[in-house]
Write a protein that binds this ligand. Sequence first.
Ligand code: ATP
Length: 345
Amino acid sequence: MEVRVANVRKEFDRFPALHDVSLDIRSGELIALLGPSGSGKTTLLRLIAGLEMPTQGKIFFGDTDASEKTVQERNIGFVFQHYALFRHMTILENISFGLKVRPRSTRPPAGEIRRRAMELLDLVQLSGLEKRYPNQLSGGQRQRVALARALAIEPGVLLLDEPFGALDAQVRRELRKWLREIHDRTGHTTVFVTHDQEEALELSDRLCVMSQGKIEQVGSPDEVYDHPTSPFVFGFIGDSSELPVTIENGEVWVGGRAIGIPAHETPTGPARLYFRPHDVDLIEADASMAGVVTASRRVGGTRRVELEVGGASHKVEIDLPFDHPAGEKTRLSFRPKRWKLFPAA
Ligand code: ATP
C-alpha cells in the first residue's frame, strides 16, 4: 500500500510538532524516519496510524483519503518500543488476537486463525513457544511476538516505533538483520522510527531525516550519506568535520591561503567546509592546510585527531592510522578527498 502524506501540519496546544510535512511512501518499501529527540518522528507515525489527526493537510492510503478514517479502518500493524503484549494471554493467543476480535463477517474460522498464527510463529522463529506467556520470554523474543501479532491482520502498512529501542546493542543488531529478512519475504510497506543512524542506514530502503518538525532530506542510505543536502544532515548522518572557510575566485581559502579545493558553485564569501574525518589525505611539505594536534583518541581501528587549523582556534577532526599524542606540536597538512560546501548561515 502506498501512503502519501500531503502538507501535514500538527499542533499540540498551538505548539507546531510538524510543519507542512509532505512524504510519499512507496508500496513495499521500508522507510526509516530518523531524527533527534523531539523532531516529530513519532507524531508523523501516529498521524499515519490514525492515532492523531492532522491540524492541516491530508493523508492518502493509495488513492483513498484516509484523513477521517479510524485506526481499524486503516488496517495498520503497529509495534511499539515497549512490547505491549497481553500479559494474561499465551504467545499464540497474542498473535491471534487481531483476527479473533474481527467482526464475524470478516473473521476467519478458528482453525484458519490458528494455522495462520502458527505460520507467523514460524516466520518469527519462535516455533515451540506458543504456550508460553510474555513474561517467560526475553525482550528480543517479545518484540518478535509483537511483530507477528502486527502481521497477523495482514496490514496494508506496518508501523514500527523504535521497536528495538529497549534492547541491548547485540540483540538490536540481530533483530535488525532479522527484520530486514522478514520484510524482504513479506513485502509489507513499512515505516520505522529510529533515532539511531546506524540502524536506519543498515535497515532501510530510504531514509527520511527529520529535524524540528520538518523533513530535511529523503533518499537512499547512499544518497543521504554521500550527498547530504544540508549541514544538519551532514552532521547527523555519519561522522563529520567542519571548518569555516572563505570562497574567493572560485576557490576555498583558509587562513589567507587557497587550499586547492575548487568552489565554482558556491557564492563568494564565508562558507563552511564539511567532510568525513576518514576522507582525508595527508600531504607532505604543503603548508596550505596545516594543523597542530590538540587531542587524540582511539575510535575503533583508527585514531581521531583534533587539529587546530588556519592559525585561528578552529578545530577539525581527522582519522589517522597511527598515533599522534595530544599536545604534540607536529604540523599535519591534510586535504579532504571528498567534501561539501555550504554557504555560512
Ligand atoms: P523521540 O525520539 O524523543 O520520541 P520524536 O522525534 O518522536 O522524539 P515527537 O514525539 O513526535 O518527537 O514530538 C515532537 C514534538 O511534539 C516534541 O516537542 C513533543 O514534545 C511534542 N509533542 C508530542 N506529542 C505531544 C502531545 N501529545 N502533547 C503536546 N506536545 C506533544
